[in-house]
Write a protein that binds this ligand. Structure first.
Ligand code: SF4
Ligand code: SF4
Length: 211
């Protein structure tokens, strides 16, 4: 037969039990409060925080996403939906043959694991430190390209537009293509402020910065 557990007061006695409880309260009274005044004061996220995703661009504004769906296949929560389409010479959104025509991430499903960004072959997909993804309806938490694409920076032009004269999709991938001002390709750090990680490509050539 199972032995009955004795009440806590029996272990420390009828007086010491309550006193040790008040002792914890007393000690806590002199500790510095750990109150965060969010949303008035925002605390910076930890380096490498997995927040909202971002679809990155090349320095001239073309999209890095090639619509390959590898991110969607890697996602354990089935949170990503991609539909690729063909670029044409008159309507080009990314270097190479294909681009992501439809790109959706369902933040009701996403668990922030980051497997999708590991799977992306062009480093089109990264994660930012934005954690303010709230809404009062389910559809509002399905983010599409209008909310995922990186904003245009100086020297970028909104696609569709042609690739830089004389360049190939490989030049874009290797990061040797300048922006539309003709300036040298700039190193773009990720949104964590951390140093970009070097990742070699499968050709053995040195990889560019992340994203
Ligand atoms: S972070 Fe994880 S769960 Fe979220 S979309 Fe990427 S792979 Fe899916
Ligand atoms: S984000 Fe990357 S992995 Fe996903 S479809 Fe675009 S290129 Fe492929």
């Amino acid at each position: 037969m199972a032995q009955e557990r004795s009440p806590r007061s029996d272990q420390k006695g009828p007086f010491l039990g309550p006193l040790s409880g008040f002792g914890v309260t007393f000690q806590t009274m002199f500790k510095k409060p750990n109150t965060e005044f969010y949303p008035e004061e925002k605390v910076p996220t930890a380096p490498g925080f997995h927040g909202r995703h971002q679809l990155n661009r090349y320095p001239d504004g073309l999209e890095k996403c090639i619509g390959c769906e590898l991110c969607a296949w890697a996602c354990p929560a089935d949170a990503i939906y991609v539909e690729g389409a063909d670029n044409t010479e008159s309507e080009r959104y990314s270097p190479g043959e294909r681009y992501g025509r439809v790109y959706q991430i369902n933040y009701l499903r996403c668990i922030g694991c980051g497997l999708c960004i590991e799977a992306c072959p062009t480093r089109a997909l990264t994660m930012t430190d934005d954690y303010e993804m709230v809404d009062d309806n389910r559809a509002g938490l399905i983010y599409e390209k209008d909310r995922l694409l990186a904003p245009l920076e100086p020297g970028m032009e909104e696609p569709p537009h042609p690739m830089q004269p004389g360049s190939t999709d490989r030049d874009y991938y290797l990061g040797t293509v300048p922006d539309n001002t003709g300036a040298e390709p700039a190193e773009r750090p990720d949104n964590t402020g951390a140093e970009p990680a070097e990742r070699p490509d499968n050709t053995g050539a040195e990889g560019g910065s992340h994203p």
